[in-house]
Ligand binder design. Sequence first.
Ligand SMILES: Cc1cc2nc3c(=O)[nH]c(=O)nc-3n(C[C@H](O)[C@H](O)[C@H](O)COP(=O)(O)O)c2cc1C
Length: 200
Amino acid sequence: MKVLGLAGSPRRGGNTDILLARALEGARSVGAETESVVLANLDIEPCRHCEGCVDTGVCVVDDDMQPMHRKLLQADRLILASPIFFMSVTAQAKIFIDRCQALWALKYLLKERHPTASDGSRRRGLFISVGGQKWPYLFDAAVPVVKAFFSVCDVEYGEELFFRDIDPVGAVKSHPTALQDAFEAGRRLVGQSSPPHLLE
Ligand SMILES: Cc1cc2nc3c(=O)[nH]c(=O)nc-3n(C[C@H](O)[C@H](O)[C@H](O)COP(=O)(O)O)c2cc1C
């Protein structure tokens, strides 16, 4: 089983990077193959809304997003790790998500279903996020963004892992349970199987 981790923070070695690494470790502990992609390292333009993808489902902008579309469709499980920036995901993550408009065209205009996981189960995803504030509604704006992203990829929004009041780089390491929580969430992501995806 292949697990693709998307690191959405521009800060390397930061809190979401640490949590993503732990979740991938958890996934590997139950036999998954894992890959992590740092979105800030990709050379990707924002979506131009040029409609170039509507007839083919292929984005006409030739940059690092092309191989990422393939990776997204080949992954059995998906993890997006992004801190909260101004109440949403980071700009790096949002540009990446918007460029999935080609997958939206594939699914909704061309009526092509994205694959199920290699074991026939529905592909499932995990959203990991942290923010510096303690507000109870800290993740409320980011969640629908990520749900829409997962849905376009035909990935079930399986689980979320959120930590508030985490600001300095690496602060999440001092949280009493976060590292273990992330490990367990990665394990669960691979370990549990959802029923096979029903074609709509
Ligand atoms: C541009 C920017 C905007 C931010 N906006 C918020 C915010 O709206 N709410 C919040 O709680 N924290 C906000 N933060 C703080 C980060 O979410 C926090 O530092 C987090 O731990 C960073 O995670 P990382 O180490 O994975 O990059 C912001 C940080 C930056 C740089």
